[in-house]
Design a protein around this ligand. Structure first.
Ligand SMILES: [Zn+2]
Ligand SMILES: [Zn+2]
Length: 730
């Protein structure tokens, strides 16, 4: 058994994690962790939100929140999103926690006492106009290395160079755009120069590192390490623990890398684990997953800090940093737009489909592109068309002809060949993951599945039934072996669907608790099978875009829940009622042609749906300030009956939307629909924009055969009388 520590780069708590970061450093460690756990190794995986520094304060100022509020907000968003993606940590914490502060201060103090941190004066930027110091991201300017304009003062996103803002060309105050002045100030410096020799020794045997990581690190060492300022003049952050300097804050990067150690200690405090088994045991291996912009912090600065602080502590064994995954050729960066956030993509797509494609384009050795077209194509042709299809074919065919796992009879050469392939591929998949070659491992999963499809076709068990059902049984028994091997060896990549498959196969516990070598053990003969459901659904981007258009069109409406408080007959019209309706914040008069269909007493006290941004209109001399919605079918008229609170908006519609004319409203096609067995119909079959789970009659906005269900916060909108699906709402 091995002990493995996995450190995962700390996301800044200044925005949701984007999918470029997922491919860069969040998905790889999770695949690695799941695999090692299945190999029976003990894994400690730690990370958390980086809540200090100017990335957080700049965002807080923009959002009108305090730094603490911003830090807490994005910590919550990001921890939930990672959980939904299936990325599991031993502990995912945040840098505001007390253990972290304590450990960070202790390391700072110890390094200071050992003379690895010195105090010196330096010139830093100060804006006379704003009357404030301008650390890091408060200065924008041109990169002195690559010439990229408008970069932030701490690092160039374009070329990855780490900067002090004072090095920027044409510096500007981020707030007012004025050129800041340099001002003398005292700061603490990490004396990296002390570690030149020890670090050279440290990387000597690191020839197994990725080329770009090793070259980058060697490049820094070759240039000669310079001492770096590690304190800042700002209010937000961890105070420097040196008497007289407490108003200064520890530089966020110096402090954040300490999180790997402090979180391991916190994990010990909170569980019965022992962090020293991972940190002070020389056999434990430490892996750090991050994007290429963070390489120097993990191959130079963090090892130097560890060496200086306590020689007993383990140094990184490998830093398999990834390059950038860009979208449409543009780098994904939270601060630059053209981003796809993790929470957003998970709202729209199956998490395993997202994991599949991001792994397939993981930037392991060079920059890659995420494109939506390729996402759709790869998920449909590979995940659905190859893996999903193979598993589903085997399960459906076995289920309908045998109902259980059939025994294998005599096996021929082709059978033998495929059994050997299962063994070989499973081993290879494991090796690839172990070597941090996650794309290669996933390719092999797909090769095994392709082999399964080929074998199934070659054997054509359907041609043998019913006469030779023993022979068909053998084919299915062996095909099910492939299914089982896929279930286990794809589990690190596709944790949710493979766990469902595991349950479907009536196996005990979770697939993630199984031993990797169990992949080769055939399923027990006689294991009952249920009717299978496809593991994955194809992606239809065009359809989704239509859905987005429909959702968009709802935004021009202000549909609100009202309550009828009073009903009177219209003095000048036979069919009209004049009603008073409570809309929560306000009361309105609505004239409605409901007299032939409802008694006054039936209507009073009733909750209804009101189009409240309709231009007022005089109906036989009385002004109606909006319209209540009802469905009509011949002589039956039924009011829409919401369950939500009075004053609440129908989901997707916008309170205070611009006024619209009656003609404009009539262009919307609202109809009654019925939901049954996840299918929606208005008499004609419709395509739901969101699958819903709800059963029964409701109301939908319809366009081009697509239906968007109207709902309030409690439930879909119902009707108060029986009426056929497809009836028009007006
Ligand atoms: Zn300024
Ligand atoms: Zn640059």
């Amino acid at each position: 058994m091995k002990r493995i520590l996995i450190g995962v780069a700390w996301p800044y708590a200044n925005g949701p994690i984007h999918i470029g970061q997922v491919g860069g450093c969040y998905l790889p460690p999770d695949i690695f962790r799941r695999y090692h756990k299945m190999k029976g190794n003990e894994v400690l995986m730690v990370s958390g939100s980086d809540q200090h520094g100017t990335p957080v304060t700049v965002t807080a100022e923009k959002e009108g929140l305090t730094p603490k509020e911003t830090a807490e907000k994005y910590h919550k968003i990001n921890s939930q999103a990672l959980k939904r993606l299936g990325v599991k940590f031993s502990l995912f914490t945040y840098t505001m926690n007390e253990t972290h502060k304590r450990v960070a201060r202790d390391i700072f103090k110890t390094l200071y006492e050992k003379n690895h941190i010195s105090l010196d004066s330096m010139e830093t930027f100060y804006c006379e106009n704003c009357e404030r110091s301008l650390p890091d991201r408060y200065v924008m300017g041109t990169c002195p290395e690559c010439g990229q304009e408008d970069i932030k003062g701490d690092q160039c996103d374009e070329c990855g160079t780490l900067l002090d803002p004072e090095a920027l060309l044409d510096p500007k105050c981020m707030h007012c755009g004025e050129t800041p002045n340099l001002k003398e100030s005292e700061h603490f410096f990490l004396r990296l120069s002390h570690f030149q020799k020890p670090l050279e020794g440290y990387i000597e045997d690191k020839d197994y590192w990725k080329n770009h990581v090793l070259n980058f690190t060697k490049g820094w060492l070759k240039e000669g390490l310079e001492d770096r300022p590690i304190s800042r003049d700002m209010e937000w952050g961890i105070s420097v623990p040196i008497e007289g300097y407490e108003q200064k804050k520890i530089y966020v990067w110096f402090e954040a890398v300490i999180g790997y150690l402090s979180t391991s200690i916190k994990w010990s405090e909170e569980s019965d684990g022992d962090w020293t088994k991972f940190w002070k045991n020389p056999d434990a291996e430490h892996y750090y997953f991050l994007g290429k912009d963070n390489i120097p912090f993990h191959t130079i600065i963090w090892p130097a800090m560890l060496m200086g602080y306590n020689e007993e502590l383990n140094l990184p064994y490998d830093v398999p940093a990834n390059q950038y995954m860009r979208i449409g050729g543009q780098q994904l960066s939270t601060s630059r737009g053209t981003i796809v956030s993790l929470p957003d993509i998970l709202d729209d797509f199956n998490s395993d489909a997202v994991r599949y494609y991001i792994t397939a384009v993981m930037p392991e050795t060079k920059d890659t592109n995420f494109t939506w077209e390729e996402f759709e194509d790869k998920v449909n042709s590979e995940l659905v068309g190859n893996l999903g299809n193979f598993i589903h074919r085997v399960l459906s065919f076995t289920y309908s002809n045998f109902g259980e796992v059939p025994p294998a009879g005599e096996i021929d050469e082709r059978d033998k060949e495929v059994i050997e392939k299962i063994e070989r591929k499973t081993k290879e998949i494991g090796k690839s993951i172990e070597n941090r070659k996650f794309k290669e491992g996933l390719k092999k999963v797909m090769e095994l599945s392709r082999e399964g499809n080929r074998y199934f076709n070659d054997k054509a068990p359907w041609e043998k039934l019913p006469e030779e059902d023993k022979m068909a049984g053998t084919t299915l028994n062996i095909s099910l072996r492939i299914v089982k091997a896929l279930c286990i060896s794809a589990a690190p990549y596709l944790p949710h669907s493979m766990d469902s498959l595991w349950n479907y196969l009536h196996q005990e516990g979770s697939v993630h608790d199984q031993n990797w070598n169990g992949a080769l053990k055939p399923l027990e003969v006689g294991t009952q099978l249920d009717e299978p459901e496809p593991l994955y659904e194809p992606i239809d981007l065009e359809n989704m875009e239509k859905g987005a258009e429909l959702i968009d069109s709802l935004k021009r409406l202000d549909l609100r829940i009202g309550k009828i408080t009073k009903v009177k007959e219209h003095p000048n019209a036979d069919k009209l009622y004049v009603t008073r309706v409570d809309l929560g914040q306000e009361k309105r008069t609505l004239v409605a042609g409901l007299k032939p269909y409802y008694d006054k007493s039936e209507m009073e006290g009733k909750k209804i749906v009101v189009v409240s941004n309709l231009e007022s209109a005089k109906l036989r001399g009385i002004e109606s300030e909006g319209m209540m919605l009802a469905a009509q079918e011949g002589d039956t008229v039924s009011l829409l009956e919401p369950k939500g609170e009075v004053g609440e908006n129908i989901i997707g519609t916008v309170s205070g939307a611009d006024k619209i004319s009656f003609e404009y409203f009539q262009e919307y096609e609202f109809r009654t629909v019925v939901w049954e067995n996840e299918k929606i119909s208005s008499g004609e079959k419709l395509e739901p924009i969101k699958s819903d789970g709800f059963e029964g009659m409701s109301v939908a906005l319809i366009e081009d055969g697509k239906a968007l269900l109207l709902r309030d916060r409690k439930s879909p909108i119902k009707l108060d009388k029986k009426i056929s699906p497809g009836s028009k709402i007006m």
